[in-house]
Design a protein around this ligand. Structure first.
Ligand code: DGL
Length: 258
């Protein structure tokens, strides 16, 4: 059986990419809700409804587990999903825990995400639990999702936006930037050019895939598939998009050094 990955768009491919590297023998289903992307500026009710429709469809395709490879969808819908489906569901949250528990980081931490993720209770609760030294600042970067969806990776627009959004910050006061939206991973090269060298960037992909692997192993669900990926967009088989998705996976391969 396959492992499902779900996102509003292409962001979740960055997590799928990590899973394909760590678990090349599994088969995967990737579902992008392209009819409704971006989620990050919609209401909670809208996102909940879109996510439920998408996961109803995914549940009918025989998946043994689902990764909600979207911090925004996780922040508003993860509890509903776990109550509604019987297969294991892993969500994503901005990697604040590893950032604050890194004892070598004595300066501030900047968490970037969509506006929904930033204002939702889930992140606020997490900060309440782990940000004991009030080290964390929050920055919504909604336009990065739009640039990613439009394929604007190298034309300078996204980088100019990022520079503008980071300009008010004295970056010498920070030691870590958390990429709390899966779409932001496509811009690691831009972040890297803007951020001072001693700032670390962390995202949730490897932690999520690590948890996925552990959960599958514990439940004896690891198996040897062929590494096949089937792509869907908003309830439709998306064979025609395979070349585009494969070229995005390729871009992620090329960015591995960041
Ligand atoms: N990729 C998603 C996330 O991780 C959200 C993008 C969107 O706004 O749709 O938050």
């Amino acid at each position: 059986m396959q492992i499902g990955f779900f996102d509003s768009g292409i962001g979740g491919l960055t997590v799928l990419h990590q899973a394909m590297r760590d678990m090349p023998g599994e088969d995967y289903l990737y579902y992008a809700d392209t009819d409704h992307v971006p989620y990050g500026r919609k209401t909670k009710q809208e996102i909940r409804q879109y996510v439920q429709e998408a996961v109803d469809f995914i549940a009918a395709q025989d998946v043994k587990a689902l990764v909600v490879a979207c911090n925004t969808a996780t922040s508003v819908a993860i509890q509903d999903l776990r109550a509604r489906y019987r297969f294991p569901i892993l969500g994503m949250e901005p990697a604040v825990k590893p950032a604050v528990s890194d004892t070598s980081c004595t300066r501030r931490i900047l968490v970037t995400a969509t506006p929904v993720t930033i204002r939702e209770e889930k992140l606020q609760n997490l900060l309440h639990q782990v940000d004991q030294h009030h080290q964390v600042d929050l920055l919504p970067l909604p336009r990065l999702v739009e640039f990613a969806e439009a394929g604007c990776f190298t034309d300078g627009q996204a980088e100019a936006y990022l520079r503008e959004m980071l300009a008010p910050y004295d970056l010498s006061r920070y030691c870590t930037v958390v990429l709390g939206c899966t779409h932001f991973n496509y811009f690691k090269d831009s972040f890297n050019r803007i951020l001072p060298e001693d700032i670390a960037m962390i995202d949730g992909s490897s932690g999520t895939v690590h948890n996925l692997h552990r959960m599958l192993a514990e439940q004896h669900l690891l198996e040897t598939g062929s590494g096949k990926v089937t792509y869907y967009t908003s309830g439709r088989l998306a064979e025609a998009l395979r070349p585009r998705y494969q070229s995005l996976l390729q871009r992620l391969d090329e960015m591995l050094t960041y």
